[in-house]
Design a protein around this ligand. Structure first.
Ligand code: AMP
Length: 289
């Protein structure tokens, strides 16, 4: 496995593979890798000749007062995991390498609409930062395929929109959420949880499962969602949002969507202490209500 820090070294390595006619899969990450990231790598491995993993804690996607400074940076341990997973190349640039002219005056992408909704409501500018860094990674590495987790479902749709709107010649693949045995979605931020918060955390996924069941049995989202928010609050969560949306575009559910078997998704973001947890659950089709 090769590890590079500069754009120049990245381009050189990729050029030799391209000349040899090998396909490339990119897995963008912020490091501090866990089994969720490794599932992306595994799928990338199966789909392309070469796998490139980028590791970069992107300051553009963190708001003021968010956890940019304390976000765990564990490059050495990450490299060991990625070597074991059969990754060919790690690109781990520092900030000056990716933003050589600084962040002031940087030309950035905007994600209107989708980027201002759900997570974008409480994290203004977050998806602009994500779209900007991912566009740079696409331009630098020109992958055939890129892999993103469904855990960050809104992000996955933002990336699909980015690729469609700006005509990036890359195929985007979404990868299912990897969970702990108790249902908690794996996340680098789970390590911020205290031991009592960690015991509470699986309730988020249980809430989504309970809602999915109640909806399948004919319950009304307009009643069930506020009840579930109150239940989470009573268990010490501070829900940011809990919503039922159309899976294709995250638009609000319209009259007739259920009858048309439009795929729907439950999405939640909630604070537990100082940790913001995210989760979602795709609903089975054929909900009867
Ligand atoms: P991050 O390092 O948090 O930016 O995540 C890098 C990629 O891994 C993103 O595409 C995430 O959606 C994905 N990812 C993070 N956690 C999980 C998980 N539990 N299951 C599947 N994919 C995940």
């Amino acid at each position: 496995m090769i590890q590079v820090r500069s754009r120049h070294e990245l381009r050189k390595t990729l050029a030799s593979w391209r000349t040899a006619g090998q396909s490339l899969a990119l897995v963008p990450t912020m490091g501090n890798l866990h089994q969720g990231h490794l599932r992306l790598v595994q799928e990338a491995r199966a789909a392309a000749d070469r796998v490139l993993v980028s590791i970069f804690v992107n300051p553009l996607q963190f708001g003021i007062g968010e956890d940019f400074e304390r976000y765990p940076r564990t490059l050495e341990a990450d490299s060991v995991l990625l070597a074991q997973a059969g990754v060919d190349l790690i690109f781990a640039p520092d900030e000056a390498e990716l933003y050589p002219h600084g962040r002031e005056g940087l030309i950035q992408l905007q994600v209107p609409g989708l980027g201002d909704d759900l997570c974008g409501r409480s994290r203004p500018g977050h998806f602009n930062g994500v779209a900007t860094v991912v566009a740079k990674l696409f331009n630098l590495s020109q992958p055939d395929l890129a892999f993103f987790g469904c855990k960050d479902y809104q992000q996955l749709l933002v990336i699909r929109r980015l690729v469609a709107d700006l005509n990036f010649p890359v195929q985007i693949r979404g990868v299912d959420i990897v969970r702990e045995a108790d249902g908690l979605a794996l996340s680098s931020r789970n390590q911020y949880l205290s031991s009592s918060e960690r015991r509470q955390a699986p309730l988020l996924y249980q809430t989504l499962q309970g809602l999915a069941l109640a909806l399948a049995q004919g319950g009304q989202a307009a009643e069930l969602l506020p009840q579930a928010i109150r239940a989470l609050e009573s268990q010490g969560f501070r829900p940011d949002y809990l919503e039922l949306r159309r899976a294709a575009d995250l638009d609000p559910v319209q009259d007739g969507d259920l009858a048309m078997n439009e795929p729907l998704i439950l999405l939640v973001a909630a604070w537990l202490g100082s940790t913001r947890l995210l989760d979602n659950l795709m609903l089975p089709l054929n909900i009867t209500s």
